[in-house]
Design a protein around this ligand. Structure first.
Ligand code: ATP
Ligand code: MG
Length: 562
């Protein structure tokens, strides 16, 4: 994974500076801290590639820490999915840890804060507490419970823990400064009562710690040297440091929080909450629907781990918020599949073509180059016969000079096969062409070296032999949203921008017989149509393909035309 180590981003500069000031290289340690409340998306991949990339660069451990302090939304299913995605991306964590493992330690420290006079139990409702918060320009008001005695605080806090009170009746707050210019410092809540079963600690706890109290202390327990998070936590850094100061032991390493910009991608949304809505409301078939920007969706769509790592590297780590063009992601998978995907033929919208001068009953095996970009890929054999399917779009009875495909009286080359000329058609009652009659030039076989085979004809089209072809289902995807930034509109819900045509299922397409041995997840190029992979919905009787990406960026062209 040397490609991850290339450029020095601003976070690496911070680390280098710390090392130059005396931090031991052996003390470097990082973490990736997902909340198990959904599947990972391509934004998380930025953070994963960053943290695990630093681990590789500095030969330092990287923990996978599940930030599981919110039992209402967290599930084991998500824990398993997150692990699978990180491993699939090609990274290895040092330890798998859970914030919930630290509930007791966090509780013990909270007791210390109470004893220090740095925390108190507030009996007010959350509305009352919110009212007293003030505004950035108006100081807050102290809670009437702020000066409660240490003894009383300890007693009530323990009862909160033991489940003696109802939800919403008490919270534990840090006693900091109700007139701080940083609103987060105005006596933030550390614990709330929540009588919900937790996916790991079950019924043990009736109170749960808040993010700010948990995150920094967890970093400290694990001795994380650099806790890298996204920009929205910048204002939290002051609180992160304040909490650390209350428990910090001089002999230990003191973690440092630093922030970088979130990865945003055009034409999609990237919050687990919103992605969950798409799943629950049935806009997509699941978290791994190939239209989703999730790691599992991209995997199912045919993306490779290296294409996602390369994308993350190219898109880089920024200091300020920005939007990355989804075309960059598509560029990376297209470039990679061009090198590795075998070339095969498939016809998605078939019309029958009969070669009238080709002997009935005759079959021959033609050689087809597996991948012109990869000499070692070699050749496969391709059965040819009198009756073929070609794409309807590749034939017109009459057409202008720019139509380089098949038209009456003109020639094209059948890819890897012969030059044919169209002579006549048979139509149905509606006037639609149902059969094209052609003749072929027997001396024009591709690669045969004859003069006829070297003859230049303008167009080359793909085909399959009807009697040999396999039936397949092909799923074509378009962008899930029609808007570049669906969740940026103040007056509109992001779901109003869902593309109604994001999925086009072709139930009966035909693919060449070499694909009989294709396995789930295999990537191929359907000549002239794009890159496809085998979907897990495939059965022994019927293959199902997803289009990963088209051969060219048709969107960029459309945008230019606008
Ligand atoms: P979401 O809103 O999608 O739920 P989150 O930040 O709440 O995102 P977490 O599970 O808390 O999700 O994130 C785990 C780590 O991944 C955090 O360090 C977070 O900062 C980082 N992360 C999440 N989303 C992005 C993103 N779009 N770009 C870069 N890093 C991200
Ligand atoms: Mg979160």
């Amino acid at each position: 994974m040397s490609e991850i180590k290339k450029s020095l981003n601003f976070l690496e500069q911070i680390i280098e500076e710390d090392l130059s000031k005396g931090l031991e290289k052996s003390a470097l340690k990082f973490r990736f801290p997902p909340e198990p409340n959904g599947y990972l998306h391509i934004g998380h991949a930025a953070s994963i590639c960053l943290n695990f990339g630093l681990g590789l660069k500095y030969d330092a451990p990287v923990n996978l820490r599940f930030d599981d302090t919110n039992p209402e939304k967290e599930e084991q299913e998500y824990v398993d999915a997150i692990k699978k995605d990180i491993e699939w991306l090609g990274f290895k964590w040092a330890d798998v840890l859970f914030s919930s493992d630290y509930f007791q330690q966090l509780y013990d420290w909270a007791v210390i804060l109470i004893k220090q006079g740095n925390a108190y139990v507030d009996d007010q409702t959350s509305e009352q507490i919110a009212q007293q918060k003030g505004t950035p320009t108006l100081d807050g008001t102290n809670s009437p419970f702020r000066e409660r005695s240490v003894e009383e605080n300890l007693e009530i806090f323990e009862k909160m823990k033991n489940g003696n009170f109802d939800e919403g009746t008490h919270v534990l707050r840090a006693k900091i400064d109700m007139s701080s210019s940083n609103m987060l410092m105005r006596d933030p809540v550390m614990y709330r009562i929540l009588k919900r079963a937790h996916h790991r600690t079950g019924e043990d706890w009736k109170i749960y710690p808040m993010y700010d109290w948990t995150h920094g202390e967890s970093d400290y327990i694990e001795q994380i040297s650099h806790s890298l998070c996204t920009l929205e936590f910048k204002h939290h850094r002051e609180l992160y440091d304040w909490f650390l100061d209350r428990v910090y032991d001089q002999n230990k390493l003191r973690p440092k929080q630093r922030e970088f910009a979130r990865r945003n991608l055009s034409y999609t949304v990237m919050s687990k909450r919103k992605l969950l809505e798409l799943v629950q409301d049935g806009y997509v078939k699941g978290w791994d629907d190939p239209r989703m920007p999730t790691i599992s969706g991209l995997r199912r769509r045919g993306y490779t781990p290296s294409s996602i790592r390369d994308f993350s590297e190219t898109a880089g780590i920024a200091k300020r918020d920005n939007v990355t063009d989804i075309a960059l992601l598509e560029f990376h998978i297209r470039t990679e599949l061009n090198k590795i995907a075998p070339r095969v033929m498939a016809v998605l919208n078939p019309v029958k073509l009969v070669i009238t001068n080709y002997p009935e009953g005759k079959e021959e095996l033609l050689a087809a180059e597996n991948n012109p970009e990869d000499e070692e890929a070699g050749f496969i054999t391709l059965p040819f016969s009198r009756e073929l399917f070609i794409e309807k779009e590749d034939f017109r009875e009459v057409a202008n000079k720019k139509f380089f495909r098949l038209k009456l009286g003109k020639e094209v080359r059948l890819k890897n096969a012969y030059i044919i000329q169209a002579n006549s058609v048979i139509k149905d009652d509606n006037g639609e062409v149902i059969e094209i009659h052609c003749t072929y030039d027997p001396d024009s076989k591709s690669g045969s070296g004859t003069e006829a085979s070297m003859r230049k004809v303008k167009g080359t089209i793909h085909w399959v032999s009807i009697q040999h072809a396999l039936e397949a289902e092909v799923r074509l995807y378009d962008r899930l949203f029609t808007d570049e930034a669906p969740d940026s509109h103040k007056d509109k819900n992001f779901k109003e921008f869902i593309n109604p045509d994001s999925l086009n299922v072709i139930e009966k397409a035909y693919v060449e017989p070499s694909l009989a041995t294709a396995a789930v997840a295999d990537n191929v190029q359907f000549q002239r149509l794009g890159y496809f992979n085998v979907d897990p919905d495939s059965t022994d009787d019927k293959l199902v393909f997803n289009r990963t990406v088209a051969l060219r960026d048709s969107w960029a062209k459309m945008e230019q035309k606008k």
